[in-house]
Design a protein around this ligand. Structure first.
Ligand code: SF4
Length: 344
């Protein structure tokens, strides 16, 4: 079976070229072809000698994801693509168009083993981790698609299927490749990793001290409620999680986003808002509220607009920056917590 060029980082590509006794600049030509020109076929590399192209064709392919189903929201601002992977598994990727930015929400795993109650991906269970190349390719395909229509990809968020810190090496490896200024060159600050609170991952990420953004899906301000919504809380309780967050903030000087899916009568109460205030007061955080997106297997319903604004007011009056995130792509099940490879 031929290897996928998206699985290589630049050094590995250079090593391959060197082993073939080709000049090293051939690696740069390949890298630019893939990550700047978005060439999909080795035949497009007419800047390479035919003998090298033939060698590459015998051993490599460019990309392995097969787009199988594309859904666009009624307002045309959200597009969800289901990709079939080489082993027959499937993942979903979502492009969200805003006035001044284009954000792709990508998957890091096929399914997820953490079982958050409100999440369609969690309901699937975990099939496997995605490889570095499968993560990279979701971004490159989206960027190429946007470029064809005269637009640019501005942000990448790991908020699709899977818990990124359960696939730490591939996720950070993919960001490093996409960040490489010799190729795709997307700034580290344009990436956001969203975790449900895996403390070992947060600690490792803290040590790396990158400029990549970190978001924590908190959803509840006490252990009893949080464990009932986010089961991993039993292993990594709220107080330890927030201590790890504080350590991250102190080490990196970077602000953390706290994600909170507001569910009617569950975590949208004044009591929860006040508890949240006491938990995060003084921390360098920003709270993002999102009214729950409906999923078939969970009977929780979104908080009302009135209650959502009341919750926000409590935080703002306590001096905590807080915004309400617009729900996007709900009509095509492309919102947070709605991704599952059901359209296969
Ligand atoms: S919310 Fe994230 S961590 Fe929780 S089950 Fe869904 S994908 Fe997994």
């Amino acid at each position: 079976m031929r290897n996928n060029l998206f699985e290589l980082d630049f050094e590995e590509l250079r090593e391959t070229v060197r082993a073939w006794n080709e000049p090293e600049y051939r690696a740069s030509q390949l890298w630019q072809g893939i990550y700047q020109n978005y060439w999909k076929y080795l035949g497009q590399f007419t800047n390479l000698p035919l003998s090298l192209r033939q060698k590459l064709e015998q051993q490599f392919i460019i990309g392995s994801l097969k787009p199988e189903n594309v859904l666009e929201s009624a307002d045309h601002l959200t597009k969800k693509t289901l990709y079939r992977l080489v082993d027959g598994a499937a993942i979903e990727t979502v492009l969200m168009r805003y006035k001044e930015r284009n954000t792709v929400c990508i998957s890091s795993q096929v399914g997820c083993g953490l079982g958050c109650k409100f999440c369609a991906t969690g309901n699937m269970g975990l099939t496997r981790n995605l490889s570095r190349g499968e993560i990279i390719e979701q971004v490159v395909i989206t960027a190429a698609d946007l470029k064809t229509n005269g637009h640019t990809l501005t942000n990448v968020v790991f908020m699709g299927m899977g818990e990124p810190f359960q696939n730490y090496g591939a996720v950070l490896g993919a960001i490093r490749v996409l960040n490489d200024s010799r190729g795709f060159g997307m700034g580290a600050r344009r990436f956001t990793i969203s975790t449900v609170g895996l403390i070992p991952g947060i600690k490792r990420f803290t040590e790396e001290n990158t400029q990549i953004n970190l978001a924590i899906s908190l959803h509840a301000a006490d252990d009893e409620l949080r464990s009932s919504i986010v089961p991993i809380n039993k292993k990594y309780p709220t107080s330890q999680l927030l201590a790890a967050c504080e350590e991250y903030i102190q080490t990196t000087g970077r602000r953390i986003t706290i994600e909170w899916a507001l569910m009617d009568g569950i975590n949208d109460t004044e009591g929860q808002a006040n508890k949240l205030v006491s938990l995060i007061s003084g921390m360098l955080v920003h709270v993002n509220l999102i009214q729950l997106n409906p999923v078939a297997h969970y009977d929780g319903v979104p908080a009302t607009d009135h209650v959502t604004h009341k919750f926000q007011k409590i935080l703002i009056e306590a001096g905590i920056p807080c915004t309400i995130r617009l729900r996007r792509g709900i009509d095509i099940q492309a919102g947070c917590g709605q991704l599952a490879s059901v359209s296969k």
